[in-house]
Ligand binder design. Sequence first.
Ligand code: HEC
Length: 284
Amino acid sequence: MYSILTALVLLCSAPSAGTQDSDPQTPDPDPVAVAVLLEERCARCHEPNSGDEKAIKDWPDATDLNATLMIDLMVQPGDPEESDLFITCDEGDMPPEDEVEEPLDVAELALLARWIKDGASLPNPATLERRRAELKAAREGAAPPADTTLKRHFGAKTWLAFTGRLHMTLLHFPVALLVLAGLLSLRSSPPDRLLKSCLGAAAPFACLASISGWILASELTGDMDLHRWLGVACAALSVGALLATLKAWRVWRPLVLLTCVILIAAAHGGGDLVHGEDWLRLPT
Ligand code: HEC
């Protein structure tokens, strides 16, 4: 179906392409647009650092149009129907269908076909660089819609991603309650009811915060092993401290205080992850 639609679009746009041949100011089709299209839709896999060995073997770098043109059969200038680059997209094989990718739309296919038909010229490097910078700025200005980033990591399981996001809310409960428990533990001996209630509320929240945190960390990149394990240790210790105070074990106070110390280390590490190291001392 795409072939028919593409042919139609090509047919409709043919006269304008003809009239613009004599006008070097508005090159049509725009090789910069083609370069950007391939970078945005193909380089996720076809890029030296993508980790997709199979994809790289066939086409090592979608961001390098010059190298792309050198690949045998990839682009036959003048003949899209003999060019693998176009054929795989036109037939809907590339990009491969998954949770994230959609096939190229009719206009994108037409752009690709016209570019090859007109000789597959290379973009002006400076113009391409400027366009990349513009796109990057636009992307950074407008945060990506939450839905696509969620989909990228969790597929249809957006509820799981949502559970991970709850970490940022949940973590405040154990932070407040466990610090309070630490202070209360200094005051009373044996442990009084206020301390027990405080720990009774803190321990479940500490567990929820560490579970949600574990899920969130699986989605993020970066070095957060220490923070993860401190969070888990804090949750386990808070359960231990709760038990110890309820049963008035002799170690109840050291356990509550240790939980407090681990909590502070975990929370500080979490602050570093969100705000960057040195966030306590440096101006933001
Ligand atoms: C999700 C990852 C992914 C994306 C995105 C992707 N590809 Fe691929 N591509 C692959 C893999 C994997 C292979 C190797 C397929 C194989 O060996 O069976 C491949 C192979 C190819 C080949 C060689 C296939 C052949 O039969 O000659 C071409 C051409 C190609 N891709 C073009 C594209 C184009 C054009 C885009 C963007 C519009 C694109 N790919 C986007 C993963 C991807």
